[in-house]
Design a protein around this ligand. Structure first.
Ligand SMILES: C[S@@+](CC[C@H](N)C(=O)[O-])C[C@H]1O[C@@H](n2cnc3c(N)ncnc32)[C@H](O)[C@@H]1O
Length: 262
């Protein structure tokens, strides 16, 4: 699939499911929100760009700590939703912008902090994205990335990562590829950023919410559940499934975090 086709698919998938992301527990309440703010050490005079903001959760976590936040996303419906929610929540310093992560419509050296959370696995050209982040960051600025990741080690042939990415892609055709945390760190260094720290943390997922968020057709849900519960051993070791039905099945995803400085 071409990059443009992938981006169109993302606009379609997220445009149709925008409202789900305002209430999604893993997006609205995930522990990585507070950790991103803690590590970035935002200052009252600083400016933030949040890439792929969806319903704005990351933008709103930073808004009370800085002068202004630009909440950006590829999908018109998401940008509209983030703007409405910023007004409802009283975040007067948040503005919105339609923006492709791989071709940011901002000048060089224009932000102190750039954030991107649980979204880069949708981008067809991760190196281009990280290059754009490095371009728009001021010298000394910070980049905080959080995304679902595949194993950085213990998966020498990549089979677990490949199975996980295929499984995600069947739920959400706009999923491109979850990278390993170590791959994100390498991309940051290749773009001229200096990696300060990397971390990984588990997050508990509910199968039902995972399929509902993307309005997965009913006929596809049983096979996704079956793969979760009876898939390859390495995949099950990584996702640690529990439960037996669509309603009670849970699993664990790993989020990778990279903090890098320009
Ligand atoms: C799971 S949501 C992001 C969640 C959000 N960052 C948060 O912390 O709650 C993924 C978002 O990525 C956006 N997206 C996908 N491809 C993109 C691209 N190339 N550039 C910018 N945004 C993109 C989608 O429109 C969608 O809103």
């Amino acid at each position: 699939m071409t990059s443009d086709a992938t981006k169109d698919l993302n606009r379609t998938q997220f445009g149709a499911n925008a409202a789900n992301y305002a209430t999604s527990e893993v997006h609205a309440k995930g522990a990585s929100l507070a950790r991103m703010v803690e590590l970035a050490e935002p200052q009252p005079h600083e400016t933030v760009l949040d890439i792929a903001t969806a319903a704005g959760h990351t933008a709103f976590a930073f808004a009370p700590h800085v002068a202004s936040v630009t909440a950006s996303d590829l999908t018109d419906e998401m940008v509209a939703l983030a703007g409405e929610r910023a007004s409802e929540l009283g975040h007067a310093n948040v503005t919105t912008k339609v923006a492709d992560a791989e071709a940011l419509p901002f000048d060089d050296d224009s932000f102190d902090i750039v954030t991107c959370r649980i979204a880069p696995h949708h981008f067809p050209n991760p190196a281009t994205f990280v290059g754009e982040v490095a371009r728009v960051l001021r010298p000394g600025g910070r980049f905080v990335l959080v995304d679902n990741v595949v194993p950085s080690d213990g998966d020498p042939d990549g089979a677990t990562g490949d199975f996980y990415n295929g499984w995600e892609k069947r739920r959400d055709p706009s999923h491109v590829r979850a990278l390993a945390t170590a791959e994100w760190a390498t991309l940051a260094e290749s773009s001229g950023l200096t990696v300060v720290t990397t971390e990984e943390a588990d997050k508990q997922m509910r199968f039902q919410a995972w399929v509902d968020n993307m309005s997965v057709p009913a006929e596809l849900r049983p096979e996704l559940l079956e793969d979760l519960l009876d898939g390859p051993e390495g995949f099950r070791d990584y996702l640690r499934p529990a439960g037996a039905t669509q309603a009670d099945a849970t699993f664990v995803l790993k989020e990778g975090l990279v903090l890098a400085r320009a």
